[in-house]
Write a protein that binds this ligand. Structure first.
Ligand code: G1P
Length: 302
């Protein structure tokens, strides 16, 4: 029997440099994809996967995230008074979602690198495994990506990374796992994760896509890396290093995720995510398709 996964962490303290100047005043987590901000897609995915304890790790300038999820009874009352009941419901639903996922916020503290928010959030989690999802991915999948990761963890009882097939040319953008064993149904045992290799030396055709189940063993490795950093004040603390340290002696798995992945962390992919989600929408899709085919779009005034 594995420990049930209830907890998740969303590292959201980054400055979104690849999207500047768009992210100068707006946190990248709050940029819209479809009719909601990116981070709401992630929270929805977690709640739909049974997560009841979400920690969002933030930094200065991220208040809009809290504002988005905070209940706003005055706005709801105002909308009802104006007979705008559907909008009132939409506003209330976001706060209900946050309540269901029991969102709490934590200020990031410690060395640079994506391992630090994970270690921050793990404090007080005891011996529980937890999910880690980057805040700039949007998944469209029949079974949520988080649920697919949880199922892989339930089968193995070991740390799991979310993987997707990639073009080898893209290897230099991702962590690429070396596969040790294929267990079927997309479950792979991996021996190591190489960060951003050149295509010629990429050990497989899979990319790590920013979804992880970290266990207490991984947290111990992160702590050891952080302790070394504190002694010497050099280097950065990355989750990949902790995974590799752990995988040197113990089993780590990758789960190839069934679904469509949209990264929103850089301008091109962000536009693709926006466009793809709008195309899939029954209301906006037909208008955009017409526009893409050289039509006039919805504006009738010339
Ligand atoms: C991080 C991980 C990398 C992963 C990527 C996915 O890299 O270190 O293994 O492939 O996220 O988005 P980053 O893009 O933060 O440099």
């Amino acid at each position: 029997m594995t420990t049930a996964i209830r907890r998740a962490v969303i590292p959201a303290a980054g400055i979104g440099s690849r999207l500047l100047p768009l992210t100068k005043a707006i946190p990248k987590e709050m940029l819209p994809v479809g009719d909601r901000p990116v981070i709401e897609h992630t929270v929805r995915e977690l709640v739909a996967s049974g997560i009841t304890d979400i920690t969002i790790v933030v930094s200065a300038g991220k208040d809009l995230i809290q504002q988005h999820f905070r209940p706003n009874p005055a706005l709801v009352d105002q909308l009802h008074a104006q007979n705008k009941h559907a909008y009132a419901k939409a506003v209330e639903e976001v706060a209900e979602l946050a309540h269901e996922g029991h969102i709490t916020y934590l200020e990031q503290y410690g060395p640079y690198g994506n391992g630090t928010p994970v270690l921050n959030a793990a404090r007080g989690s005891g011996d529980e495994p937890m999910l880690v999802l980057w805040p700039d991915d949007v998944f469209v999948a029949q079974v949520p990506r988080a649920q697919q990761l949880i199922s892989a963890y339930e089968k193995t009882g070991c740390p799991v990374l979310a993987l997707m097939p990639m073009d080898r040319e893209d290897a230099r953008r991702y962590g690429v796992p070396e596969v040790k064993e294929d267990l079927g149904d997309g479950l792979l045992r991996i021996s190591t994760l190489l960060e951003k290799p050149e295509p010629e030396v990429a050990p497989s055709g899979f990319a790590a896509i920013g979804g992880y189940i970290v266990t207490p063993g991984i947290i111990k490795e992160l702590q050891a890396i952080t302790d070394r950093w504190e002694q010497h004040q050099t280097g950065e603390v990355y989750l990949t290093d902790a995974i590799n340290a752990y995988a040197a002696t113990k089993a780590v798995y990758g789960q190839v995720i069934d679904g469509h992945w949209y990264d929103t962390g850089n301008p091109t992919d962000y536009l693709v995510a926006q466009f793809a989600s709008a195309l899939a929408d029954p209301e906006y899709g037909p208008v955009l398709r017409e526009l893409a085919q050289g039509g006039d779009g919805p504006s009738r005034v010339r």
